[in-house]
Design a protein. Structure first.
Length: 293
């Protein structure tokens, strides 16, 4: 009975919290009209969809990614959808100097900054950890250090506008997932850095919100290509995911979970039934038969 209570009481508390916060969901597209926004990783996937949603809401956009031709197409589409303005700058986030350059460009192109959306991610493999430490280092530079560099560079403008930092992360940054060891390490790092930074903002009375977005399996090209044949679940739509991220950011939420049932609810088990959670995580995969089976 005691073990059951440890599971049920947090579960009931979470259900009540979910109901409470859902009832307070007062998002209106007007909240983002005229806002000056950087979106990284904006040429494809969730970043591209966030750019289109922001364009429909009348935001000023500065978009960045590695591929210039795709960025040009996204910018053109954003202007057609009603963006107040749209600019792009292409380059790789392997270089933290480029990350800082993007933020400086926001001052030039947009005249300031209201929201920094950190969404880019480096390419990694989906499989057992192969011992490549250099790959882990490179991925940390792209998925973590460039986020730190951009947030640091943007902070003076965000303090002036009392703006927001939006960090697109993953369930793999909350729970250990197989086959994503380097990727998961970078997402755990994001959680630690930005959760701690949020605490310091509160202590220093810095009115800049940080929204950490915990995402499940989304139907981006990269995720589907890597994991669709292994994961025993259907991916969630990236356009809906992008809109939920923007709602959470506009409402200055601490964390956003999408989809809620497959991200937030399982995390209840971390403290009270960690081995059960590990089992449930492994059960999502079509695991290969062990050698000799």
């Amino acid at each position: 009975m005691g073990r059951l209570q440890k599971i049920l009481i947090p579960f009931l508390g979470l259900v009540l919290a979910f109901w409470f916060y859902s009832a307070r969901d007062t998002f209106k597209p007007e909240m983002l009209r005229g806002k000056r926004v950087i979106v990284t990783g904006a040429s494809t996937g969730i970043g591209e969809q966030m750019a289109y949603h922001l364009a429909r809401m009348g935001s000023h956009l500065l978009l960045t990614a590695r591929t210039e031709p795709r960025l040009q197409n996204v910018v053109q589409r954003c202007l057609e959808l009603g963006a107040a303005s749209a600019h792009f700058i292409s380059g790789t986030m392997e270089d933290t100097a480029f990350a800082q350059h993007v933020v400086r460009e926001a001052q030039t192109s947009l005249g300031g900054l209201d929201m920094l959306i950190l969404n880019h991610v480096g390419a990694s493999y989906f499989g057992f950890f192969d011992g490549d430490v250099e790959h882990v280092r490179k991925l940390l530079e792209i998925n973590f250090l460039s986020y730190v560099a951009m947030a640091t560079a943007a902070l003076p403008m965000l303090r002036e506008s009392q703006g927001s930092i939006v960090v697109v992360s993953s369930m793999a940054g909350k729970v250990g997932f197989p086959f994503t060891v380097p990727y998961s390490a970078t997402k755990f790092a994001l959680d630690g850095f930005f959760s701690s930074l949020r605490q310091e903002f509160t202590i220093q009375s810095i009115n800049v919100s940080i929204t950490l977005c915990i995402l499940g399996f989304i139907d981006t090209e990269r995720a589907v290509r890597a994991a669709a044949e292994v994961l025993q679940e259907r991916p969630a739509p990236r356009d809906e995911c992008a809109l939920e991220i923007l709602k959470g950011a506009a409402l200055r939420r601490r964390e956003l979970y999408y989809r809620y049932s497959s991200t937030r609810l399982p995390l209840l088990l971390r403290d009270c039934a960690a081995e059960l959670l590990d089992y449930l995580v492994r059960s999502r995969y079509r695991l290969p038969a062990p050698p000799g089976a």
